[in-house]
Ligand binder design. Sequence first.
Ligand SMILES: Nc1ncnc2c1ncn2[C@@H]1O[C@H](COP(=O)(O)OP(=O)(O)O)[C@@H](O)[C@H]1O
Ligand SMILES: [Mg+2]
Length: 376
Amino acid sequence: MILASSIRRLRLTDFRNFATLDLDLDGRPVCLAGPNGSGKTNILEAISLLAPGRGLRGAETTEPLRRSGDEMAASWAVYAEAVTAEADDISFASGLLEGGRRQTRMNGKPASRADLARHLPMIALLPEHDRLFAGPRADRLRFFDRLVAANDPAHGETLNAYEKLRSRRQKLLESGRTDPAWLDAIETDMAQHGVGLASGRLHALARLQAAIDAAADDVFPKADLALDGLTEAALAAGAGIQEAEDQLMTALAEGRDRDGAAGRTLTRGPHRSDLTARHRGKEQEAGLCSTGEQKALILRLVLAQADALSQRSGAMPLLLLDEACAHLDEKRREGLADAICGLGAQAWLTGVEAGLFAAFGNRGQVLAVENGSVQV
Ligand SMILES: Nc1ncnc2c1ncn2[C@@H]1O[C@H](COP(=O)(O)OP(=O)(O)O)[C@@H](O)[C@H]1O
Ligand SMILES: [Mg+2]
């Protein structure tokens, strides 16, 4: 049985343009309607800061501190009471304390954000993702790694470990202190984490593709996905873990001089992989599709990921869908509402007017956001 995670109470303190906010909610999708600049995305960002990482704006920890005129708050806090797959009443808190210390708590006790992610999984889709398939490779890979990490928080930890090693190796190479034994040790660890990353991505991709293929409606088009990367290709072709690690280690060792001279890691490790997508119906690269078509493709992908994730873990993630209805015609807005309700997910949607959420009817709860406050 799949149980949906939902936030039942959300409280913000001195978070961006909210001095205080205290919302009582039920499990239905939450539709935030309000003019530009009213604070809709800020609310989604606040929720995203309960998960690992820098939240959906990639902000520095002090950035959300509420500013008004010349004054700046000394701390910010996000507090949520939720129903999750494991508990009927569990609280999560995340914030920056006075003095600049970041803190995360679960049921009032200190907890890591990876712990929070295990209890309150979430998937975010932002307006800039509309052009994800036509945009820079690194953005696409980051988006995909986030999806994988929503399914498996250990993936995020492996990615951090790999990136730390990569930057340490890069510094050594650029400083000219190329002690081979030291580099060997770093590259051995990089290869181990790198193969873990590639393998996690491949498994997640297979589950995601299966969920896309299984979708019964034709409101959102289907994409054929693939991963383009040295290690992903080796594993997909049947290489064992050791073989793939050796291949990556060799590539790194051979790439030392070039990476050092270039000032970046040109070696084709998993940091340089890419997610490719083809619009199945049109038999076209996703990057060449129109903006509207790309938006529809990515919505299908996100809905399928929520489905895949919940099938695997038994917990339906929160969906943070910023301006998801913006470029959708009425039929697709209805399709989106039906898909979200079909999943049973508590989606958090934003839009400039309540009419965009008409298709939810009483299946959703519409809140009016205005200038740092919310009317229920
Ligand atoms: N640290 C901050 N303190 C006070 N206001 C902020 C802060 N950061 C952003 N804002 C303001 O929050 C407002 C709303 O932002 P946002 O949530 O993106 O609006 P929207 O409803 O269009 O999604 C903007 O006017 C912005 O200036
Ligand atoms: Mg916004």
